[in-house]
Design a protein around this ligand. Structure first.
Ligand code: SF4
Length: 222
């Protein structure tokens, strides 16, 4: 597993040489931020500070955070304020999620987080270009808007939501493009538990895959 921070410079804003003050003044539409337990995937069970940026153009019909889609409905908060709250939470790593966080230039926010000594994880559909400085990339590809090819070499964890058999084909299609040491995870959709037997049988027959459950929902924590 590659544990080095991955750096993706934005093509749109040449701010990579900007001062920390300029980074921290950049604003992001923030739906919510909270310190909780990472419930899903490889880091399940670890405390993490979640930063949920608003805005999503993928629009999965089963999305459980549809209120995140319209970024104009959420306040714009400076990277400095977001990082300050993350730093004071006692978390050792943050998870930037959404919405689709790569709709935004993540360079100022992630660099500010790194400067504050925090590890940065990203959860993305991969449908927009990579930006920022990232320690862990979770790709959760959606058929509604496919991932860009550029993300695949950097994926640490591939997490595919499975509702029906066709999603397993989609999972394999994406897994083929990931590095050989990527953690491969199949996750039932919370409101469609009928897919669980399908996933269980598939993992038994294809043990390179593991099952990821939304354990925070069982624990009733955000
Ligand atoms: S990509 Fe994520 S936030 Fe966007 S619609 Fe799909 S599940 Fe919801």
């Amino acid at each position: 597993m590659n544990t080095q921070t991955k750096m993706f410079k934005t093509k749109e804003l040449n701010i990579s040489k900007a001062s920390p003050e300029i980074y921290s003044s950049v604003k992001y539409p923030l739906m919510e931020a909270f310190y909780t337990i990472q419930g899903e995937g490889t880091h399940s069970g670890k405390p993490a500070y979640f930063i949920r940026l608003a805005g999503c153009d993928v629009k999965c019909w089963w999305c459980d955070v549809k209120e995140s889609w319209d970024e104009t409905k959420h306040p714009k908060i400076t990277a400095g304020e977001i990082v300050g709250n993350a730093k004071s939470s006692n978390a050792s790593f943050v998870v930037i999620t959404g919405g689709e966080p790569l709709l935004h230039n993540l360079e100022p926010l992630t660099l500010s987080l790194k400067q504050a000594g925090l590890m940065v994880h990203l959860e993305t559909s991969g449908s927009s270009p990579l930006t920022g400085q990232l320690d862990w990339i979770t790709l959760s590809p959606k058929r509604f808007k496919k991932p860009l090819d550029e993300i695949f070499p950097y994926v640490d964890e591939l997490k595919v939501v499975v509702l029906k058999k066709k999603d397993l084909e989609w999972a394999e299609e994406n897994a083929q493009k990931c590095p050989s040491d990527t953690n491969l995870l199949l996750q039932p959709e919370w409101d469609t538990p009928t897919s669980i037997p399908l996933i269980v049988e598939y993992v038994k027959m294809n043990p390179k895959w593991r099952i990821s459950l939304q354990t925070h929902k069982f624990m009733n924590v955000p």
